[in-house]
Design a protein. Structure first.
Length: 443
């Protein structure tokens, strides 16, 4: 039986008189949801409840921003305390130092910490810092990686038809947006990921002009694509050998893949690292951190980074409670999310095999994505563009919605496991996935 969603539909129709595409981001409107988004009324633990009164097991978790699940009591208490004692004092606050010190405990390279509000801001600031510190104009960005919506990043972060991509040695730079600064992509060098020889070739071509290489630790915006063994370590070595800064974008992986993110998991020492999402437990908190010598270039606005809402007191209270809770019981939270992630992925793989569905699941611990493809694995953007059926994925997700499971309808995003998810959630999700596939394929 399909769930009734008339109230969501009515709100969407009303919204078109005041909003564009029903909300505040294309990823929440019909571009992603197809017809209209589901408007949610309430979240609790692993569950969401929509305005029509339907309940869902939520595997989106605010694009990864809710590592503890919805309305965790410790976050509610922390935020309430901050609100009740004043949101903003227009001066530095003791709480931000506490959060910075907590980050330093977890993230080996965080010799200095600077707070921002979004992953976009943090990533943008690291590029400015790298350019300011090295005095060089260019940076390397990988195909299929997303670092936010700053002009200089907006190339090859959307899937394109394979024939448009050009040769791997010289990828065609297709901008992801209209309205960019005309020269925005001139200094962005585009390189295929998971390919050290392509990286070395690009460094050779632009010798002396490259300030930084920015990379996600695990690709999380073209499904989930793990790094090939040794690739990130190789990247780091090549960067060091050529005096180029290594920026690791841990907006998705920070405080998720491990307490210390990919940096800990893959034993990396990036020069600069960005965090967002999981840091603020639902509040808009981001940070960029790194080697003191580089970060000190921010001092007195030398490399400028401002922001009325930087280190918002409410966000900092949430971040402190969040990190402290994640670290309780010797990191049991991470064991839990990895175990649940493993069960969910294995269960889905078994189901696809049993039903003969042409789909795979790629994951690293608690981050996963289902890809409808006839390939055994998807290892980079080009593979993704050529071999992943996004329309089929969206149909599958719409069927999952009808069975009370909320995963991203965008094939390029991913699902995440939170501390709040249980074994029962996995069982219910696998049963719903079976029903959704039967709905779709009539098996
Ligand atoms: N970097 C990565 C790897 C991301 O996935 C995202 C958001 N999806 C960003 C940066 C931008 O973060 P925000 O949406 O908070 O600006």
């Amino acid at each position: 039986m399909p769930l009734p969603t008339q109230e969501s539909k009515a709100i969407f129709e009303r919204s078109l008189q005041s909003m564009v595409e029903g909300g505040s981001s294309a990823s929440r409107g019909p571009a992603t949801f197809g017809d209209y988004p589901l408007y949610m009324a309430r979240g609790e633990g692993s569950r969401l409840f929509d305005v029509d009164g339907n309940s869902y097991i939520d595997w989106m978790m605010a694009y990864g921003a809710l590592p503890l699940g919805h309305a965790h009591p410790k976050i509610v208490a922390a935020v309430s305390e901050a609100v009740a004692t004043g949101a903003h004092f227009a001066t530095a606050t003791p709480i931000e130092i506490e959060v910075a010190e907590l980050i330093q405990q977890l993230v080996p390279n965080a010799e200095r910490v600077r707070f921002a509000n979004t992953g976009t801001e943090a990533a943008m600031a690291t590029i400015r810092l790298a350019r300011g510190y090295t005095g060089r104009p260019k940076f390397i960005k990988f195909e299929g990686h997303y670092h936010g919506w700053y002009d200089d990043f907006l190339v090859a972060s959307n899937p394109q038809p394979p024939v448009s991509l050009g040769h791997r040695h010289d990828p065609i730079k297709i901008a992801d947006s209209s309205g960019l600064n005309r020269n925005a992509l001139d200094d962005t060098i585009l390189v295929p990921w998971n390919d050290l020889s392509a990286l070395e070739r690009a460094i050779d071509t632009y010798r002396g002009q490259i300030a930084a290489i920015i990379s996600e630790g695990i690709m999380a915006n073209m499904g989930v694509i793990p790094p090939e063994p040794g690739f990130l370590q190789g990247l780091q070595e090549v960067a060091r050998a050529n005096n180029i800064l290594f920026i690791l974008d841990e907006t998705v992986t920070g405080f998720r893949t491990a307490a210390g993110g990919c940096q800990e998991y893959y034993r990396l020492q990036p020069d600069l690292t960005t965090f967002g999402k999981a840091l603020g437990a639902g509040l808009p908190v981001a940070a960029f951190v790194g080697r003191a010598e580089i970060m000190e270039a921010l001092a007195w606005g030398g490399v400028l980074h401002y922001g009325t809402q930087n280190a918002s007191r409410i966000g900092m209270y949430a971040a402190r409670a969040n990190l402290q809770t994640l670290l309780e019981n010797k990191g049991a939270a991470f064991d839990h999310t990895w175990r649940i992630g493993h069960r969910l992925c294995e269960g889905l793989r078994d189901l696809f095999e049993e039903l003969g569905t042409g789909a795979i699941v790629q994951n690293v611990g608690p981050m996963l994505q289902i890809m409808f493809t006839d390939r055994p694995a998807i290892r980079d953007y080009r593979d993704y563009c050529a071999h992943v059926d996004r329309a089929k994925y969206q149909q599958f997700v719409k069927a999952l919605f009808r069975h009370g499971i909320y995963v991203t309808p965008s094939a390029v995003l991913h699902s995440v496991v939170s501390v709040a998810h249980t074994d029962e959630d996995v069982d219910l999700t696998l049963a719903a996935a079976r029903n959704a596939l039967v709905d779709l394929e009539g098996r």
